[in-house]
Design a protein around this ligand. Structure first.
Ligand code: PGA
Ligand code: ZN
Length: 432
C-alpha cells in the first residue's frame, strides 16, 4: 500500500454557525483518501494560530477563499510526493511553507484541515480506524466527556458572563453510560428552565440559552438538574466551568456585565473559590485572563489539589507554553484544540507535554463545528483522558458523541473508559 501523497484539494464548506470554513481532501497514490474540516473559535486566545478570513462584505467578512486557494495551490504542490505516514514530516513542510509564528500567511484553518486530512488518509491506507492509527501500539482509552448544559459568554450574546456550564458524569463506568447520565441531566435542566420561564433556545454549542439574573443562579439550577435526574452532585455527576475570563478581563480587572461589578484579580479568585466551596465543581477552565499568569498561579495554589484548573486561552495548545505553565504551576491541565496549533504534530506535542507534566489533558472542539469527528479519535488514540465538545444537542456535537460510542462498541470487552481517575482526587466534592 502506498502512503505517497498524490493530490490535495481544498473546498469551502459551512460550519454550525452558517459561516464558511475549509475542508481538505488528500488522495494517496493507489487511491486511499482522507478528509477533514477546520473548526472555528469565537473566544480565541491571543497566541493561537490565525484563522484566515477574507474580510470584506461577503458573509460578514468570514469567507475563506484565500485559505482554500492556499490549499489548492502552494500546499498541494508542497505536499505532493511526501509520505502520509510521516505526519511529522508533512507538518514540518506546512510550517516551513507558512513561515510565520502563527500560520498567518497560509491560515491555521488551511493547515489544520490539510494536516488532519493527511492523518485520515494514512489511517485509510493502513486499513486502521483513525484512533488506532493515532495510538500505533500504545493503549487507547475512551475519554471522560465534559458536556455543556448552559452556554453563555461569547456564545450567547453575553447573556451571562461565564461561557460554559458543563457536567462530567464522574460516576459512570463507560463512555456510553456517561452519555446516558448526561442525557438525563440535560433533559432535567431543560424541564427546570421551562418551569421557571427561563427557556429561551440554545446557545452556540447547543447548551440552553441562559436567561439568568446572576452567574450563580446557573450553578444552583445545574445542581437541581443533577438531583432531579436522580444523581448525587459531586459523586455521580460533577460541575465543570469554562470561565473564559479573557473575554471580560484584562490588566487585572474583570467586568461582570450581568452583575454590573468590576473585580480585581483577588476578588475574582475569591468569587471562584467561594463557588468551589458551595458547588460540586470538579474543573474550571480559564479562571483568570490570559494576561494574568500570577492570578492563575494563585488560583491553582488555592484549589488545584481538588479542582482541575485548565489553561485554554493561556496555553493555546502550545507545548512550550504548557512546559512554562508546568514550571510556574499556573494551571494543572491543558485544553488541546488542533486548530489553535494548526497542525496535528504540534497538537500532539502539546498533549504529550501536558501528560509529561502530570497535567489533565482535554481534547476540545470549538464553538464553530461541523460533522468532522477527528477529535474523538485524537482523544482516544492519544489517551488524552478527557473530551470537550459542547452540549448534548445539535448534530455537529452529537456527531462526536456518537462517534465515540461507535469506537467504544468496536473495542468491545477491550474498551477502557477514563472515568473520574483523570481528575484530581476528590474532584467535585466541595472544598472545605
Ligand atoms: P471558542 O471557545 O471555540 O468559541 O473559542 C471554546 C472555549 O473557550 O473553550
Ligand atoms: Zn475555553
Amino acid at each position: 500500500m502506498s502512503f505517497v501523497i498524490d493530490q490535495v484539494r481544498g473546498r469551502r464548506v459551512w460550519d454550525s454557525r452558517g459561516r464558511p470554513t475549509v475542508e481538505a481532501e488528500v488522495q494517496l497514490r493507489g487511491g486511499p483518501t482522507g478528509r477533514a474540516i477546520a473548526p472555528a473559535g469565537a473566544s480565541r486566545g491571543r497566541h493561537e494560530a490565525i484563522d484566515l478570513r477574507d474580510g470584506g462584505e461577503a458573509f460578514g467578512g468570514f469567507d475563506v477563499t484565500h485559505a482554500v486557494a492556499h490549499v489548492n495551490g502552494e500546499i498541494a504542490r508542497a505536499l505532493a510526493g511526501l509520505r502520509a505516514d510521516d505526519q511529522a514530516g508533512v507538518d514540518a513542510a506546512l510550517i516551513a511553507l507558512d513561515g510565520t509564528a502563527q500560520k498567518a500567511r497560509l491560515g491555521g484553518n488551511a493547515t489544520i484541515a490539510v494536516s488532519m486530512a493527511v492523518l485520515h488518509a494514512a489511517a485509510a491506507a493502513a486499513g486502521m480506524p483513525l484512533y488506532a492509527w493515532c495510538a500505533q501500539d500504545a493503549p487507547v482509552r475512551l475519554p471522560l466527556p465534559e458536556i455543556q448544559i448552559f452556554g453563555g459568554g461569547a456564545h450567547a450574546g453575553r447573556r451571562v458572563d461565564i461561557q460554559d456550564f458543563m457536567v462530567m458524569a464522574v460516576g459512570a463506568t463507560s463512555f456510553a453510560q456517561a452519555l446516558d447520565h448526561t442525557a438525563e441531566v440535560y433533559r432535567a435542566a431543560g424541564a427546570l428552565m421551562a418551569e421557571s420561564g427561563k427557556a429561551a433556545g440554545v446557545a452556540d454549542e447547543g447548551g440552553f440559552w441562559p436567561v439568568f439574573d446572576s452567574n450563580e443562579e446557573a450553578l444552583g439550577l445545574l445542581v437541581r438538574a443533577i438531583e432531579r435526574a436522580g444523581f448525587v452532585p459531586g459523586d455521580d455527576v460533577a460541575i465543570s466551568l469554562d470561565i473564559a475570563a479573557s473575554e471580560f478581563g484584562r490588566d487585572g480587572r474583570y467586568t461582570l456585565g450581568l452583575e454590573q461589578r468590576v473585580l480585581d484579580t483577588d476578588a475574582m479568585i475569591d468569587l471562584l473559590v467561594g463557588w468551589c466551596r458551595r458547588y460540586p465543581i470538579a474543573s474550571i477552565e480559564d479562571p483568570l485572563a490570559e494576561d494574568d499568569p500570577v492570578g492563575l498561579q494563585r488560583f491553582t495554589a488555592a484549589v488545584g489539589h481538588r479542582v482541575q484548573v485548565i489553561g485554554d486561552d493561556y496555553l493555546v495548545t502550545s507545548a512550550d507554553r504548557v512546559r512554562g505553565a508546568a514550571r510556574d504551576r499556573a494551571v494543572n491541565a491543558v485544553l488541546v484544540k488542533p486548530n489553535q496549533a494548526g497542525t496535528v504534530t504540534e497538537t500532539l506535542a502539546a498533549c504529550r507535554a501536558g501528560q509529561a507534566a502530570g497535567f489533565g489533558t482535554i481534547v476540545s472542539a470549538r464553538s464553530g463545528e461541523t460533522e468532522d469527528t477527528t477529535i474523538v479519535h485524537l482523544a482516544t488514540g492519544w489517551d488524552a483522558g478527557q473530551l470537550k465538545v459542547g452540549a448534548f444537542a445539535r448534530s455537529e456535537r452529537m456527531a462526536k458523541w456518537n462517534e465515540a460510542l461507535r469506537v467504544e462498541a468496536s473495542l468491545g470487552a477491550r474498551a477502557v473508559f477514563a472515568g473520574r481517575g483523570v481528575l484530581p482526587p476528590d474532584a467535585g466534592r466541595p472544598l472545605p
